[in-house]
Design a protein around this ligand. Structure first.
Ligand code: NAP
Length: 281
């Protein structure tokens, strides 16, 4: 039987690439986005249903899932891909902006999972893939709201991986590295305009930002992340994490194969923090 996946945030970047990849592998795809564009459905006739869905609006989530299930006859997997970020000094980050990131990256995922579960439970085996990030388990500065939201997704996923085993539903965390060909950085930079850098942070902010720009790792292409999402959705083993990209592979090695002291020292080096300490002396 042809399998069906629902994916959030298919208007651009990773979500769009993932929808195309699942369709190319013969899956039915409910490609959701806030402002539907017909292109994905037109390019994959009969295979892709484009439907509006705003993850922060539970009614919109319920409507999209009901329409997708009605159209394709069931649901085998969901991919929680929609996400936003913001580059800002924590002290200057408006509470409203912090909340918006959690409404999308955390409560959006909660909305989609809770709405999909009654349908996923109808299948003998189904899968939930949550798109996290390397910063879901390794923190970096100037992205506190985003880092906190992805850490929340990691904890939620690990907890659910136990609970939903009882329902034969697998939970997967895909942790991509920096992808430079999506809209993510531009959207995040535009959100950052709401947070003016306080005078006392200016030198530090410029240094940390430059360290981020100078990161010593190649970027990750969305295609390889889309392939990892597909592999995760098709993997019936109990594996939780799928790390994709050279930067995140290094974070994972430091986090789980070295001591806490070594991990913190190396992350300080990679984020430019140790250089900052020297400069500030
Ligand atoms: P992107 O091109 O900006 O895509 C983000 C998608 O999320 C867009 O389709 C956007 O839709 C959608 N979205 C935002 N708010 C939404 C809402 N309330 N409801 C529904 N959809 C919403 O960025 P991307 O890089 O592909 O990001 C995809 C995922 O990868 C995110 O979860 C992100 O955290 C993760 N990730 C990205 C990177 C990276 O370096 N790019 C690294 C690690 C992880 P609109 O067009 O309507 O705004």
């Amino acid at each position: 039987m042809t399998k069906t996946v629902l994916i959030t945030g298919c208007s651009s970047g990773l979500g769009r690439m993932t929808a195309i990849h699942f369709a190319s592998q013969g899956w039915n795809v409910i490609a959701t986005m806030r402002k539907p564009e017909p292109e994905l459905a037109e390019n994959h006739p009969g295979r892709v249903l484009v439907h509006p869905l705003d993850v922060s609006d539970r009614q919109s989530v319920d409507t999209a899932i009901a329409a997708g299930v009605e159209h394709f006859g069931g649901l085998d997997a969901i991919v929680n891909n929609a996400g936003i970020t913001m580059l800002s000094v924590f002290e200057a980050t408006p509470a409203e902006a912090f909340r918006r990131i959690f409404e999308t990256n955390v409560f959006g995922v909660v909305n989609v999972i809770q709405s999909a579960l009654p349908h996923l439970r109808q299948r003998a085996r189904s899968t939930i893939v949550n798109v996290s990030s390397g910063v879901g388990f390794a923190a970096v500065p100037l992205l506190s709201a985003y880092v906190a939201s992805k850490h929340a997704i990691e904890g939620l996923s690990e907890s659910l991986s136990y609970e939903l085993e009882s329902q034969n539903i697998g939970i997967k965390l895909v942790e991509p590295g920096a992808m430079r060909n999506t809209n993510f950085t531009a959207t995040g930079m535009s959100a950052s305009e709401a947070a003016v850098v306080p005078e006392g942070y200016k030198t530090y902010f410029d240094h940390a930002l430059q360290s981020m720009i100078n990161y010593p790792f190649a970027s990750t292409d969305e295609k390889s992340v889309a392939e990892a999402i597909y592999a995760a959705a098709s993997d019936s083993s109990g594996r939780l994490r799928y790390v994709v990209g050279p930067d995140v592979e290094e974070y994972a090695r430091l986090r789980w194969s070295t001591s806490e002291d070594h991990y913190l020292a190396e992350m300080s080096r990679l984020t430019g923090q140790s250089a900052w300490r020297e400069m500030a002396k």
